[in-house]
Design a protein around this ligand. Structure first.
Ligand code: UGA
Length: 429
């Protein structure tokens, strides 16, 4: 597994747990040392235990060296980052650098699999790079096995996927990958490499579309005084629509949807198709952040010198990841209007502090209650269960004014209002 970041390390640990010997390569000695100690370098429920038992069993071997990891392997996964370039295009420099080093260490037939989310046609480019850098004439096959796991529930998503997508060009590669994935449930989609590459982008873009759609419906609900939660339920019970990813809120964030929707727009543009639908999906998402700030202003007036409690910094619950988190984007908007922020997140405080280190005006608190002290309003921006179960009557006592603006529709409107709060949420009367 070349790349021991979120997807790489989780995949490596689980493939090891299924009985394979897995080398996890990352050129960052500090992270490798953490994994060697049997720990996870980021928060993912259940992952540390799996890492620990497979390190102890010798099936998971973290290393900084390709020359240790590539020669004994039958399958080499490329699972490095593909961040956005300023124009939205996926930056493939880490993928191409990995391809070069894999080639230099190839000692016999192997299947080289792209697991990173990469634009259509990347496998062809990787193949070319490997060919150019081979020390001798060694045969290999390219393949694409996109990953569909979600942060926060990565283990169960990986073990019980809805589908396993295998894009391969030869029978040999297909059968090796089918065998490797045999213990996993889910339907197999065996196809060509370009189709597999596109399945991943199309899936993420569609899920983002569902969320932007319901957020747009939420706006309509606010003007016609309907309840988006019931609209989503009523829609979602139709099996053709489905209930998941219809939760209205401050919009999608994270390390995948923002980057992948931008990249798919870029891929489409590049091939002469403008994909207006996807552009609108992205715009609705950006607007959703701005609308939250408007909502807060409508509740408490001008933000200059107001203290706002921000509950939740992670891009969603059950993770410490703050990449493209709606919360951080909203914090910046609030600061630009002169507000002061007291923030708390059960897991993501440290990462948020690093991400906002250039920004002044944010106090990171040790618990929710201290974040609420003397504040003019509470903004709920990540749907942590912990916030639902706060002692809200005590919160009311420490706040300057009892106002909650819930960007995740986490609280029950009736019960929070019964406690004496002025409560505003997304798309609910
Ligand atoms: C997403 C996909 O769900 C995975 O299938 C995919 O493998 C992964 O990207 C990836 O490409 O690696 P992830 O980014 O971990 O997974 O998180 P999601 O659970 O999809 O949530 C993404 C964002 O959408 C979060 O900000 C979340 O709060 C938001 N969201 C999700 C909503 O606002 N409403 C919903 O109904 C669902």
């Amino acid at each position: 597994m070349i790349g021991a970041g979120y997807v790489g390390l989780t995949s490596a640990a689980i493939l090891a747990d299924l009985g394979n010997t897995v080398w996890a390569v990352r050129k960052d000695i500090e992270t490798i040392e953490i994994i060697k100690r049997g720990e996870a370098p980021f928060y993912e429920p259940g992952l540390a235990e799996i890492i620990k038992r497979n390190i102890e069993a010798g099936r998971l071997i973290p290393t900084i060296e390709y020359k240790e990891a590539v020669p004994p392997a039958e399958v080499v996964f490329i699972c490095v980052g593909t961040p956005s370039l300023p124009n939205g295009e996926a930056d493939l420099s880490q993928v191409f650098a990995a391809a070069e080093e894999i080639a230099q260490n190839l000692n016999g037939y192997k299947v080289i699999v792209d697991k990173s989310t990469v634009p259509v046609g990347t496998a062809e480019k990787v193949k070319e790079i490997i060919r150019k850098n081979l020390p001798e004439n060694i045969s290999f096959d390219m393949a694409s096995c996109p990953e569909f796991l979600r942060e926060g529930q990565a283990i169960s998503d990986m073990l019980n996927p809805d589908r396993v997508v295998i894009g391969a060009e030869t029978e040999r590669a297909k059968s090796l990958l089918l065998k490797l994935h045999e213990p996993l449930s889910g339907e197999r989609v065996v196809t060509d490499i370009k189709t597999a590459e596109l399945i991943k982008y199309a899936s993420n873009a569609f899920l983002a579309t569902k969320i932007s759609f319901i957020n747009e419906v939420a706006r309509l609900c606010e003007t016609v005084e309907a309840d988006v939660e019931d609209v989503a339920r009523g829609m979602g019970l139709d099996k053709r629509i489905g209930r998941s990813f219809l939760k209205a809120g401050v919009g999608w964030g994270g390390s995948c949807f923002p980057k992948d929707t931008r990249a798919l727009c870029f891929i489409a543009n590049d091939s002469g198709h403008t994909f207006p639908l996807l552009k609108a999906v992205i715009e609705v998402n950006n607007e959703q952040r701005r609308r939250f700030v408007q909502k807060l202003k409508a509740a408490i007036g001008p933000l200059q010198d107001k203290i706002i409690t921000v509950l939740g910094l992670a891009f969603k619950a059950n993770t410490d990841d703050v990449r493209e988190s709606a919360s951080l984007e909203i914090i910046k908007l609030l600061l630009s209007e002169g507000a002061k922020i007291q923030a708390f997140d059960p897991m993501a405080g440290k990462n948020a502090q690093m991400a906002l280190k250039e920004v002044s005006g944010v106090v990171f608190c040790q618990d929710a209650m201290s974040a609420c002290q003397d504040a003019h309003a509470v903004a709920i921006l990540t749907e942590w269960e912990e916030f639902k179960n706060l002692d809200w009557p005590v919160v009311k006592k420490v706040l300057k004014q009892p106002i909650v603006v819930d960007g995740r529709n986490l609280l029950d409107p009736e019960s929070i209002r019964a406690k004496g709060f002025l409560y505003f949420s997304i798309g609910r009367p």
